[in-house]
Write a protein that binds this ligand. Structure first.
Ligand code: HEC
Length: 143
């Protein structure tokens, strides 16, 4: 093979491959949207763009009841408390009142000890906003 052919092959792989990958959206999913130019315009036309998505999300939030929002926030709790709040690694939550759930979550958030395994809940509660706690308590009461 001549040197020129080597260079041509190298160039093809070094530049051709990434370009081909971009053309085929191989990078999609690595950010909000993994494309530029025409592809971005298409994404924007389909979704209305970042602003429209944010507006839709805000509307969904405004139209949801606290219990519905709480159900979403509860997704990270299912592993330990069960989908129906029946308990597992953590105690049973079903049957407890809004006041009881709110009170305990606020105490965990403040780093207070409620039971022997409170350490497991401190990191969980730390991630919850006060609104999350109200919503979760409203959801748990429906269980
Ligand atoms: C890693 C497992 C785990 C996860 C995940 C978890 N919990 Fe807990 N939870 C526990 C354990 C263990 C306790 C008992 C802690 C103690 O002894 O004070 C507990 C206690 C509680 C209590 C007090 C119950 C009672 O009757 O004393 C509430 C309320 C609670 N968790 C809510 C939640 C919520 C809401 C989430 C999700 C945001 C969550 N937990 C996520 C393990 C977990």
């Amino acid at each position: 093979m001549s040197n020129n052919l080597h260079i041509a092959l190298f160039t093809l792989f070094a530049f051709g491959l990434p370009l081909w990958a971009m053309q085929n959206n191989a990078f999609e999913g690595r950010g909000v949207h993994g494309c530029v130019g025409e592809c971005y315009e298409q994404w924007q036309a389909e979704t209305g763009g970042v602003v429209a998505i944010a507006v839709a999300q805000a509307e969904e939030k405004a139209n949801s009841t606290p219990a519905q929002l709480g159900e979403k926030a509860y997704a990270g709790c299912i592993a330990c408390h069960g989908a129906g709040g029946e308990g597992g690694v953590g105690p049973k939550l079903a049957g407890q009142s809004i006041v009881e759930i709110t009170d305990k979550l606020l105490r965990y958030k403040a780093g207070e000890t409620v039971g022997a395994q409170s350490a497991l809940m401190w990191s969980q509660a730390a991630q919850l906003s006060d609104a999350d706690i109200d919503n979760i308590a409203a959801f748990v009461e429906t269980l």
